[in-house]
Design a protein. Structure first.
Length: 628
């Protein structure tokens, strides 16, 4: 059976399907379902975030290898270096792992705030690069000088003339009483004419938020020269967008930035040795070949960067620059998988066993029943149109009081069943009518997670993330699916899209657990996640593999409890605790023993997180499938 979830499009060989389950494609190839059940036996319910360090290492290897091959094939004399932008994911379980698996490459970090700079200075090994981007005040610049004097290889990227003025002041302060001045390197972020494409296109172009114009760049150059600090100028930096879906805008930007580098080099910036192309290396999120997110490969990306930098350097007669990248999404996205259980299927009442047919039914209801029983391939479209006409007539009869609620219910169920049958019979026909009808019969899957907390880019930008169930993959999914999260917000829905359809299985969640996995969530989603309804970061765990290929679940961090999240919002939890306790103890409706029991239950509940508590035993009877 062909994979209906597009794993071969977005998966990069990281996962595979075996025996109807999604498995990690490394070691003994454990299934995600088995890993999930192992965690749930420890009482960890609600959504789970699994991190896979080997996938971080794989992406770093791929990036460095691609540029190594490109440099070798073109005899490129500059080096390739890379830093990870901390804004993409600052969580400890990710950053600590990132630095462990990247040590062989002298991989560095990029900071855009004071807190991120502190992280970069404590996590980056000496000799590995640290770049500092974004707007900076005197204190942040001073921290960079402290880092440089501590032995770190730091580059301060100038975003404006005022920043350089502050750097000059801090330089004097930190080197006033020393014979050997020490300072961070200086980079210049340039405001290109070239623009990006997609949601982050405004990162480039003359109206972009960051960067120096040509006039400002010349002024910066003269200020550095006049203060005898031109030797600190080491890097030209640009960035044209986070998720570059097409390669053409990058090639145009590379030519523009490369010529600026060459011009500065020829003017006398002898220590200018690097060009930083920023981030933007795209990740393929699409589950459908017709809606691909990028039109280039990693190899093409590396080849174009190296070739264009070499071409410009040779034509201008300057040394080939070292190439820096800050590709965070490419490194981080694939390493984590969000897994959440389906709590309910909302349209399961539209089943044949829900019909309440009478001994004598209204003629149109009876005709609908006959259409349902006799529909076939030859008459599918005709019967479908008849059913839709009958439904309109029957709903009008109900509004006029000529049929009762049972008749209306039977109408809705039968028309739904006829549409489902017709779509299956006509599945080889890709018509607009059938696409519209799929929207009418879509199943609503209530899933125990918050899209605002775990998939904020979906809510804010319409970013799609690959979704597939952990099990039942030996069966063809047939239900057009929309996904509802558990927030009380109508925006917490991943709606069915007939142009990019998601089909899931028709399952009885009272009899078996059905988990959905959301992939490529490791970039931005965690740090941007919001506490809408006070749902917090889900329970997370790191999955490593030993030399025998056996998985080990480590570094479990549970989701915050109800009281912890209230405390984070600066509520006085002691006062809340006393108020709740006093309310029970002062109640005249309760006997002493009942008060004691209620207090015990209350403190148990306060120690839990906000997600719905669901525990399913494979041996439990169906009626115990959910405990809410």
């Amino acid at each position: 059976m062909a994979d209906p979830f597009g794993l071969e499009i977005w998966g990069e060989g990281n996962f595979l399907i075996e025996s109807g389950e999604v498995c990690v494609n490394t070691g003994v190839r454990p299934s995600l379902l088995s890993l999930t059940r192992t965690l749930r036996t420890q009482g960890l319910t609600g959504p789970l975030l699994l991190r896979f360090p080997h996938l971080i290492g794989k992406q770093i290897d791929r990036l460095f290898h691609a540029f190594e091959i490109a440099c070798k094939e073109l005899s490129y004399t500059g080096a390739f270096r890379a830093v990870f932008p901390l804004k993409v994911n600052q969580f400890p379980n990710f950053i600590d792992t990132l630095m462990e698996v990247s040590s062989a490459y002298h991989y560095g970090l990029e900071a855009g705030s004071k807190a991120e700079l502190i992280l970069a200075m404590t996590k980056t090994p000496k000799g590995a690069p640290i770049t500092i981007n974004g707007f900076k005040d005197r204190e942040m610049i001073a921290l960079a000088f402290i880092g440089a004097k501590s032995g770190h290889h730091i580059t301060l990227t100038i975003e404006g003339i005022t920043e350089l003025e502050t750097i000059l002041e801090v330089y004097e302060e930190f080197n006033r009483d020393t014979t050997t001045p020490i300072a961070p390197n200086i980079g210049v972020r340039i405001r290109l004419h070239s623009t990006g494409i997609g949601a982050w296109a405004k990162s480039g172009g003359y109206s972009s938020k960051f960067g120096l114009t040509s006039t400002e760049l010349l002024e910066v150059y003269e200020m550095l020269r006049s203060h005898d600090l031109l030797p600190l100028l080491s890097m030209v930096h640009f960035h044209i967008g986070s998720q570059m879906g097409e390669i053409a805008p990058l090639k145009k930007a590379l030519r523009e930035a490369g010529n600026i580098y060459a011009e500065l080099k020829r003017r006398g910036a002898e220590n200018l040795t690097a060009i930083n192309i920023g981030g933007g290396l795209a990740v393929e999120y699409s589950q459908h070949t017709s809606n691909a997110d990028r039109n280039y490969s990693l190899k093409e990306f590396a080849n174009d960067v190296v070739f264009l930098m070499q071409e410009i350097a040779r034509s201008k007669g300057v040394p080939e620059p070292d190439i820096f990248t800050e590709s965070g999404r490419f490194i981080a996205a694939a390493h984590s998988v969000l897994i959440a259980p389906v709590l309910e299927l909302f349209s399961q009442e539209y089943h044949e066993n829900s019909l309440r047919l009478k001994a004598v039914n209204p003629p149109l209801v009876q005709e609908l029943h006959d259409l349902y029983r006799t529909i076939n391939r030859a008459h599918a479209r005709e019967y479908l149109h008849d059913a839709l006409d009958h439904m309109e007539s029957l709903l009008t009869l109900f509004d006029l009081g000529y049929i009762d609620l049972e008749d209306r219910s039977n109408t809705e169920i039968l028309v739904n069943l006829i549409i489902k049958k017709a779509i299956r019979l006509l599945e080889d026909e890709d018509t607009d009518e059938l696409k519209r009808l799929q929207n009418r019969i879509q199943e609503k899957y209530l899933v125990n997670f918050s899209s605002f907390q775990s998939l904020p880019d979906f809510w804010g930008l319409g970013q799609h993330f690959p979704v597939m169930p952990l099990s039942n993959l030996d069966r063809k999914p047939t239900q057009p699916a929309s996904i509802w999260d558990i927030t009380c917000d109508s925006d917490g829905e991943i709606a069915f899209d007939a142009d990019k359809p998601l089909y899931l299985h028709d399952v009885d969640v009272e009899a078996e657990e059905y988990f959905l996995a959301f992939f490529l969530t490791g970039a931005y989603q965690e740090v941007l996640g919001m506490r809408h309804n006070l749902f917090t970061h889900p329970t997370e765990a790191v999955v490593t593999f030993d030399e025998a290929g056996e998985p080990h679940i480590e570094r479990i961090i549970e989701a915050q409890s109800l009281m912890d999240v209230l405390e984070d919002l600066d509520y006085d939890t002691d006062t809340i605790d006393r108020s709740l306790k006093q309310g029970i103890e002062d109640s005249p409706l309760l006997a002493p023993k009942e008060k004691e029991q209620l207090l015990g239950k209350l403190y148990l509940y306060l120690s839990e997180n906000s997600y719905l508590k669901t525990i399913q035993s494979s041996h439990a009877p169906a009626h115990k499938g959910k405990e809410l």
